[in-house]
Ligand binder design. Structure first.
Ligand SMILES: NC(=O)c1ccc[n+]([C@@H]2O[C@H](COP(=O)([O-])OP(=O)(O)OC[C@H]3O[C@@H](n4cnc5c(N)ncnc54)[C@H](OP(=O)(O)O)[C@@H]3O)[C@@H](O)[C@H]2O)c1
Length: 330
């Protein structure tokens, strides 16, 4: 049996409980991992609340680092005992997460070997957001060096990696939007400018002389999305990555047409199994940049598995640090 944080009935943070459950075992094409660290992101709160309809009971968590425990039939390129990082959402193949547990199972195409001296806590905290940010900026927004980029939710986990990857690309300008003055410092290192609060349009007009921005990266939605779309320059690209505000917003086709603007979406969970080579490229780039210290994500907050409900509460009330990882076996 293994220790895990499980959800029997989807609901609020209190529906997470620590329990002993049967060991997870790999099927064909999969590998199992002795989990040392599991990353926690806002999307996990959606899993926990039942947004993705996983059969109960289930174990949330879609990113882990640890050591390979067992290889399923047909898996090559990994050795038992080797350090590894993996994305766990089963990416269109089935309903699964499973990271908040001593043993997790990943499809081999979504796992990557790590250097023996890798910082497993730091890498666990960058897997989902790093791959999402990499694919969003490189494969979709096709960032150029003369782009002015606006990142909504720049104080968050995904927004932080997006800002830093855009900065090392480099874009001409990386403008971060944060929810309060207290969050300004969490975006300042990667951004050329930081806008505080929801009153985006006057602040953007002042920064860009009314020209607007070339790229908007939006994991937040709501009124911020509507305002950012209004200030998208001709040939600009708005990339929808999520609705952390809890609100989608209808955008006008005519506004895209007359303004010569593009609206795009990207969901790693929805598409990864269709483009495993792109995911692998992004995984290896993000892990490599992190390991070499080029992508300087702040060290994640590391908390025991037992405190998982508290981490979920903090994500939902916007008081969480930019990234938290659970120490499962460390
Ligand atoms: N497309 C994909 O494949 C993909 C991958 C990963 C994550 N996501 C999504 O991306 C979103 C962010 O995830 P995360 O893990 O980075 O979450 P997070 O660390 O909790 O960050 C959330 C960010 O959103 C901002 N925010 C939340 N509510 C807001 C509101 N009402 N108005 C304005 N800003 C608000 C927060 O701003 P302040 O704290 O500054 O107030 C914070 O910067 C989630 O919706 C998640 O599901 C999508």
């Amino acid at each position: 049996m293994m220790r895990a944080a499980i959800v029997k009935t989807p609901g609020p943070a209190e529906s997470l409980e620590i329990a002993e459950v049967p060991d997870a075992a790999p099927a064909e094409g999969e590998l199992s991992i002795e989990v040392q660290f599991a990353g926690v992101g806002f999307v996990d709160t959606l899993f926990r609340a039942g947004a993705f309809g996983l059969p109960t009971p289930f174990v949330p968590g879609i990113e882990v680092t640890g050591r390979v425990r067992e290889l399923g039939a047909g898996v090559t390129g990994f050795a038992v005992g080797q350090p590894v990082g993996a994305l766990l959402n089963d990416f269109g193949r089935g309903a699964r997460a499973g990271g908040y547990a001593e043993i997790a199972v990943a499809h081999a195409s979504m796992a990557i070997p790590l250097p023996e001296d890798a910082d497993l806590a730091r890498i666990a905290g960058v897997l989902v957001n790093g791959v999402t940010a990499w694919m969003a900026l490189h494969d979709l927004a096709r960032l150029r060096v003369d782009d002015d980029v606006l990142v909504l939710g720049a104080s968050g986990g995904l927004g932080g990696v997006l800002s830093r990857l855009a900065a090392v690309h480099p874009a001409r300008r990386v403008i971060g939007v944060v929810g309060s003055e207290a969050k300004r410092a969490s975006a300042a290192d990667a951004c050329t400018d930081v806008i505080v609060g929801a009153d985006l349009i006057p602040a953007l007009d002042a920064l860009t002389d009314g020209r607007g921005v070339d790229v908007v990266i939006d994991p937040v939605g709501g009124e911020l999305r509507a305002q950012a779309f209004e200030r998208l320059a001709p040939f600009g690209r708005l990339l929808v990555l999520g609705n952390a505000s809890g609100q989608d917003r209808a955008l006008s086709g005519d506004a895209a047409f007359y303004g010569t603007r593009q609206v795009m979406g990207f969901s790693l969970g929805g598409v990864a199994h269709l483009v495993p080579h792109q995911v692998r490229t992004a995984l290896s780039a993000v892990v490599g940049l992190t390991h070499r210290g080029v992508l300087r994500e702040p060290a994640p907050s590391v908390v025991p598995l037992d405190d998982v409900a508290e981490v979920h509460r903090a994500l939902e009330n916007r008081s969480a640090p930019p990234k938290t990882v659970l120490a499962v076996r460390a």
